[in-house]
Design a protein around this ligand. Structure first.
Ligand SMILES: C[S@@+](CC[C@H](N)C(=O)[O-])C[C@H]1O[C@@H](n2cnc3c(N)ncnc32)[C@H](O)[C@@H]1O
Length: 205
């Protein structure tokens, strides 16, 4: 089964019964708010899945765009949003392949997607997409399993990071502003250690 098929099946069959489900995106929203973006700022949620972050971004006055490898991820999001969904950009594609609009976003958010990229070439492709799509001076909020987190997510192997690990992946063009850990309670009673980080892209010159 391809990765796209794996994720399409999960989104089509599991609903909220997935380990990463959160009823509220507390830590993501705290870090996004800390960036002090202007109302209407464009926020891209990478590997958005069926997360409620989109509603939280709209309530905070931002303009969200969502990208996911599986179109079935967006079925429930569209249902929840109703007419509001029409004003949003839903992008279906693998983040290591999709061509995103250039310098389009003020903030790039990723919770539990980068950690699936176990090959250096995949991470390079992800960084190319990020560099293309994020405005100079834009922010990155990225979270994945911490060094003491699980070795797999959704049955797939992951790479685990601490704050310096994420900083090394993003490179010198990104300044680490803040990091935080969160122990995520899954709907099945397990606890998963997440590392959250917030970066700002340096402006050149
Ligand atoms: C663990 S879930 C996290 C979902 C969401 N970010 C959240 O926190 O609830 C990973 C999500 O990334 C998507 N995904 C996995 N690999 C991807 C890729 N290469 N490109 C884009 N999306 C991907 C999956 O379909 C899924 O929705």
């Amino acid at each position: 089964m391809s990765e796209r098929e794996h994720w399409a099946q999960i989104h089509a069959t599991k609903g909220d019964a997935v380990s990463w489900f959160q009823p509220v995106s507390t830590e993501s929203m705290r870090l996004i708010r800390a960036c002090g973006l202007a109302p209407g700022a464009a926020v891209l949620d990478v590997g958005a899945g069926a997360s409620v972050l989109v509603e939280e971004l709209l309530a905070a006055g931002y303009q969200p765009a969502l990208v996911d490898i599986a179109d079935s991820a967006f079925v429930r999001v569209r249902e929840r949003l109703g007419d509001c969904a029409q004003a949003l950009d839903f992008i279906v594609g693998d983040i290591t392949e999709v061509v995103l609009p250039e310098s389009a976003y003020d903030l790039w958010h990723d919770r539990a997607v980068f950690h699936f990229l176990t090959e250096p070439g995949q991470r390079e492709a992800y960084m190319s997409a990020l560099r293309r799509a994020l405005k100079p001076g834009g922010y990155v909020v990225i979270a994945g399993f911490a060094l003491d987190g699980p070795e797999k997510c959704s049955g797939l192997p992951v790479c685990r990071y601490d704050a310096m690990g994420f900083a090394a992946q993003l490179g010198e063009d990104f300044e680490l502003l803040e990091s935080a850990r969160e122990v995520h309670p899954t709907p099945f009673g397990a606890r998963q250690a997440f590392q959250y980080t917030r970066f700002r892209r340096r402006t050149k010159g």
